[in-house]
Write a protein that binds this ligand. Structure first.
Ligand code: GLP
Length: 241
């Protein structure tokens, strides 16, 4: 596992974007797994900037998002679909048919989740998966206690996950569609980002503690190709940082 510690949020975002940009330059038809949340906002701005400067072409890229609330219409301002279009897809040239985001409106959830896994498989698998980490150690919405062999499915959200979000929803969602731990671990390469003091403790536990389903991100210790990019605050609990 490579752990890079950057001075601040901006340099974390820039380094992450450069790493992904290089992969896209080398492999234009990269299959890229994407994440939402506050952490990658700067990362997406950097990728947009590279495109606007004509340095990067996304016309062959294929993307799969990690998760989406359920149920939620894509037009909801807090949906991850809306997040992705506002921050990235509306500003770059990823073809619409190459964009996969779990659909928070589907009725046949099991069938849809099976198809989501098939779409990833039919694309040749995830080349690179971007991840954030929840304060409780979740990756995607694989909450503490999830199974290591989980695939894309409907999950109950940990009550801590939605804390402080009630102002954003009339009825805060209690469920989400998420890629599973096995789906994530199937990616050839993983890029984990974390920023800010509030992530310092979970970063330390996930990277140095026991591999346990109590801290889903700890499974990344078993993946052979993980790059972690932290800002100083998120790295504060790691030895030597
Ligand atoms: C979520 C997402 C995760 C994300 C994590 C951290 O809401 N489902 O994919 O990585 O929680 O979020 P943030 O970056 O806002 O701290």
């Amino acid at each position: 596992m490579d752990i890079l510690v950057e001075q601040n949020y901006e340099s974390m975002s820039q380094t992450a974007a450069r790493l992904v940009a290089r992969e896209i330059l080398l492999v234009p038809d990269l299959v890229l797994g994407l994440a939402t949340g506050n952490t990658p906002v700067g990362f997406y701005s950097e990728l947009v900037k590279l495109h606007e400067e004509n340095l990067l072409d996304y016309s062959s890229l294929k993307t799969f998002n990690l998760d989406e609330y359920y149920p939620i219409p894509p037009s909801h301002p807090e949906s991850f679909t809306n997040y992705m279009y506002e921050r990235f897809f509306n500003h770059v040239n990823v073809p619409e048919q190459n964009i996969y985001i779990p659909d928070g409106t589907v009725e046949s959830v099991e069938e849809y989740c099976r198809r989501y896994e098939e779409w990833i498989e039919e694309s040749g698998g995830l080349d690179l998966q971007l991840l954030g980490i929840g304060k409780n150690g979740h990756i995607g919405y694989n909450e503490p206690g999830c199974s290591w062999d989980s695939v894309t499915r409907l999950v109950e959200l940990d009550p801590r996950t939605m804390e402080g979000q009630s102002d954003k929803f009339d009825n805060p969602p209690t469920q989400a569609l998420t890629m599973g731990v096995k789906t994530i671990m199937g990616a050839d390469q993983i890029l984990l980002l974390a920023s800010g003091a509030k992530k310092a403790e979970v970063v330390e536990v996930a990277l140095n503690g026991p591999v346990t389903t109590d801290v889903p991100a700890s499974i990344l210790q078993l993946h052979p190709n993980v790059t972690v990019i932290l800002d100083r605050e998120a790295a504060a609990e790691l030895d030597g940082c």
